[in-house]
Ligand binder design. Sequence first.
Ligand code: HEM
Length: 301
Amino acid sequence: QVQALDFIQLFEKMAGKHPGLRKTHARGVCAAGVFEPAATGPFASAPLLSQGSLPLSVRFSVGGGNPAADERAPGTRGMGIQISLPDGSKHNFTGNNFPVFAGKDPHTFYGFLSTLLPDEQGLRDPKRMADYVAAHPSVQEHYAWLKSAKTPASYANTEFFGLHTFFFQPKDESQIKFRWQLIPEAGVKTLEAEEAKAKSADFLAETLAEQIATGEVSYRLMASLGEPGDSDIDPSSRWPADRQQVLLGKVRLSRAGGESCTAINFDPNQLSRGFVSSNDPVLRMRSPAYAISFGKRLSGQ
Ligand code: HEM
């Protein structure tokens, strides 16, 4: 069985060692703002949604362990939100820009990533990934996304998906099964290869700061409600698009840049009262992996 430390070592093999930085999603930018809950619907009694606007810290990122990753390239973009509640507790939402995960469990995901490593001769062979995908059905939808993904035009124009299943338990009622999604109110925009080429390799932080300075950057935080039969343990299994959508609230950003998010661990299992994580093994693997990365980077490793 693959362990959290195996992932940390794999990330370091793939991108080299970068002491003091996140072992993946190493390049990123901080932002801050507020969460304005939509205090109606099945989540209304949650402390997260029943106390008015709450301050939040955000970090947007580029997938992979390279802190100088080229932002003109298509691929994974990430987002971590940490909302602070009045009682001092925190609720994290940490998602990526793809709608389906690369594998039904940590082992399958690890195998998928490993195909990107050079072989004994130091050569990389794209066929290894294609062969792996052909033999592992739970990676196929993600791979199709990867093949067609374009360069995101801005973090303010990117959609982010929670992918895992979470539960909310209202008092005296049965629990609600959901997956979340963050939808940019400025619309989803991507760049054609030619347009991306005209940008600098680090255009995303500046673009976000400009959009915040000239207007509002906001998102709708949505919950898709699961039905019996919708998997709650497999992030590579998408739920049908027609599931009921509930607005949890709006995320409004007013500042970008600085270091306010650097010492945050955006562990997706840190949830506020009433919410619980599912038994999804990928979600379970994330806490120990993030903790190792967090501990290493805080101590300069
Ligand atoms: C077995 C699966 C996974 C492993 C082992 C893993 C591992 C990691 C690690 C080690 C970090 C750096 C943490 C830190 O230093 O604070 C990280 C960051 C991140 N991961 Fe994952 N991850 C996994 C799955 C996912 C999934 C499914 C998503 C999206 C739904 C995701 C989104 C992110 C994002 C957005 C960040 C950056 C957070 C930040 O800015 O601090 N990861 N991941």
